[in-house]
Design a protein around this ligand. Sequence first.
Ligand SMILES: NC(=O)c1ccc[n+]([C@@H]2O[C@H](COP(=O)([O-])OP(=O)(O)OC[C@H]3O[C@@H](n4cnc5c(N)ncnc54)[C@H](OP(=O)(O)O)[C@@H]3O)[C@@H](O)[C@H]2O)c1
Length: 314
Amino acid sequence: MGFWEGKKILVTGGAGFLGKHVVSELENIGVKKDNIIVPRVENCDLKIQKNCNKAVLGIDIVIHLAANVGGIAYNLAKPAEIFYDNAAMALNLIDASYRAGVCKFIGIGSACEYPKLTPVPFSECDLWDGYPEESNGAYGLSKRMMLVQSQAYYKQYGFNAIHLLPTNMYGPGDNFDPNSSHVIPALIRRISDAQNRNKSFIEVWGSGEASREFLYVRDAAKAIILAAEKYDKPEPVNIGCGYEIKIKYLVTLVCRLMKFNGEVRWDTSRPDGQLRRSLDISRAREGFGFRAATQIEEGLKETINYWDHNRLLK
Ligand SMILES: NC(=O)c1ccc[n+]([C@@H]2O[C@H](COP(=O)([O-])OP(=O)(O)OC[C@H]3O[C@@H](n4cnc5c(N)ncnc54)[C@H](OP(=O)(O)O)[C@@H]3O)[C@@H](O)[C@H]2O)c1
């Protein structure tokens, strides 16, 4: 508890997918509910400066998770809203946090910030060596702008703002909305819908040849807590599990775990997104001792289980 003792923590996006896990991790380590503040968009839209100014009053630590975020289809459909919302929230919130005397700001970026063409595993040193994959360019660059601002405030004002780059996350509580979900929840839902309608096949975007690194959401939440406690440098840090898997393999695995024996039809007219994505995780290991604990199969079972228990509510 040492680091967190008596501190007031603002968790923006604390009611979202990752946010709920961050809040419950904070509670697990003993932070009192009263000391965790979660602003909601309907009464505290962080795109508006005065809402940010109000939200940070009396706050010691800001964990900034709020974002306009979604899977590849959502990124292709809404690049302007995604860019504006994420850039505006960070711009307002970092400035408000600095002016209100917040001790530490933890900004959550994304592996989508990396250039489209970059050596694998992605190293933090290569972040600026090119434009991101076009399908998520606006999202990635809105997050890079948050990094620029954090580093500028660190340099000019000594403001302790750090920036984390998580890879694709999955787990219980994920977004299963077909219009905005990421690959794992989208796949689980498609299989589940096919089973419920006795369909003998599912369609999946792309060729299946792309690879991704998937981090279980509870591991991601633990990484954020550790970084808040132990990492105080302006250089960004990758948050991942250190191995990539091909989408083809992921689909086979999810089909097996859900006992779906139907055909998988690859829609190659749809984009794959970035061809390979896997992070060099040494900085997080050395900087604050983070190692992901959950194996993909175990994490997928938890996620499928969550969907089975909650699908009627979605
Ligand atoms: N999911 C992934 O695979 C992934 C991977 C890498 C990085 N990330 C990053 O991790 C963070 C959390 O992502 P997530 O998947 O948990 O997203 P999420 O479930 O969509 O949650 C986003 C949260 O942001 C809040 N929000 C959005 N616009 C807001 C606004 N204008 N004012 C105030 N709050 C606003 C929402 O508040 P309400 O609850 O009030 O609607 C929601 O709680 C994001 O920064 C994202 O970029 C996610």
